[in-house]
Unconditional design. Sequence first.
Lengths: 148, 166, 110
Amino acid sequence: MTVKGKKVGIYLCAKGAADAIDFYKKAFGATETGARIRDPQNRIGHAEFMIGDSLIMIADEHPEMGFLSPQSLGGSPVHLMVHVDDASAVFAQALAAGATSQRTLADQFYGERSGQLQDPFGFVWTVSQHIEDVSHAEMEKRAKALYD
Amino acid sequence: MTNTREAETVRVSIDLAVDPLAAFVAFTDDVDQWWARGPKNRFRAPWVGIMRFKPGPHGRLIEIYDDETNDHFEVGHITAWEPGQRLAFTWRIPNFAPDEITHVEIRFEPIDSGTRVTLEHRGWEALCPDHPARHGLTGTAFRMMHSGWWADHLVAIRKHLEGVEP
Amino acid sequence: MPAISLDTTLMALADPTRRLVINALHQQPRRAGELVAMTSISAPAMSRHLKILRTCGLIAEQTVEHDARVRLYHLRPEAFVDLQGWLDEVQSFWADQLDAFKVHVEGKHK
């Protein structure tokens, strides 16, 4: 059946949400849009920021609610992808802000220049830039050459 | 385990791109410009009065409906007026009994990018669990609802400042 | 106006434009327009500085009798009392220190 949804949102759980917001500002030029709601232990219960046109929500860990970060869970199976105009610049900026490279930036056969990094809070990001329109036939040819 | 008082203490913060004095002035002097109108945000019909902080020995936060007839609602009186650092006032809405009172405190703290404004609203435990101001909510649920209300107001201050010529 | 702390006064005076305004109002009460003309600060920026000085209690505004639209700003001398008191304290501390220093230096050269 068709799900009549409107939008899929991203909600991150971080160990140190305030530091994470600072990191995303430095790494990806995030701008904070909401106010930070805090609980009696002064943990961030809710905060919001934008990267480009995308809204991302974030909160501190709340173990009593089972709300745990990748650091507590031993990694995150969900990868985030950020599409940018200048992947080299953004990749370098994210590394300078404290991310670690997992896959160096390279031109991919499907027309993207992309690389993968892990941020200090355990989230994995693919930084990607569109560099070339590749036809279906050309993509098949290149994939064959690459994997056969 | 947190007690009711703690569980219901609202704490919301926002970072503003101006210095603490300018943030304080925006909060107080410009209050009517950023405080949203309407039944959800204002105190009495027709929900479009003029919000005003009146500093002074009898300083108050009021919503004025008619200056000529002195028709107004007093939200509370100012208990701390420290420009650039701290502002505090008592808080009651029309459905509070005369002896029911809560407290709002706002701190202005310099940070690299400007000012961190942290608002705390305390004292809700003085209100009975079925008080109309609670909209049927107590404890964490009440805090979350009321935190969202203040969060919207703080975001409105940021938007207001973005519209002001630097 | 509640008592204003020394911190607030010093924060308000930490800006050169606001000190210019204080100097100008020290001579006589003035309208915002006059202050703009005297300082080459834009009208909106001046308005913001005046708001800050007013909120901090260093200046106050009054309307003039013949025209309710005209707002005249003037200094509130009481706002400077604490500042003066603090400066006096610091001054007396240094006066004592300088006296002691004088005795020390003169003792060495005897």
